[in-house]
Design a protein around this ligand. Structure first.
Ligand SMILES: [Zn+2]
Length: 97
């Protein structure tokens, strides 16, 4: 049973959440934002979160509480980019000395 991180931004507080999902997840899931506790009603198909809201034809799945430590104000990608820029600046500063 494989697990993978899913990335989604909360429509309420716009923070980025990274819950761990299992490939076996299939049905109506409720994902709770790790920052503001906003509830997102989403259909998950084979471990992939879709844009669909709860569907009566699907089984009822669990409630996924995103941990506070898996919730970030900045998207992970952006954070990485920011760090690279910082490292470049540091390198440049080092060369200028
Ligand atoms: Zn939120």
């Amino acid at each position: 049973m494989a697990r993978h991180a899913h990335e989604f931004s909360c429509t309420n507080c716009s923070w980025w959440n990274y819950p761990m999902l299992s490939d076996s997840m299939h049905g109506n899931y409720t994902i709770i934002c790790g920052n503001c506790k906003h509830e997102h009603y989403r259909v998950i198909k084979d471990g992939v979160v879709t844009e669909d809201r709860h569907n009566s034809a699907m089984n009822h799945g669990d409630t996924i509480h995103v941990m506070k430590s898996a919730s970030f104000k900045t998207k992970k990608e952006e954070k990485k980019k920011g760090m690279i820029i910082k490292l470049r600046e540091m390198a440049t500063a080092g060369l200028m000395r």
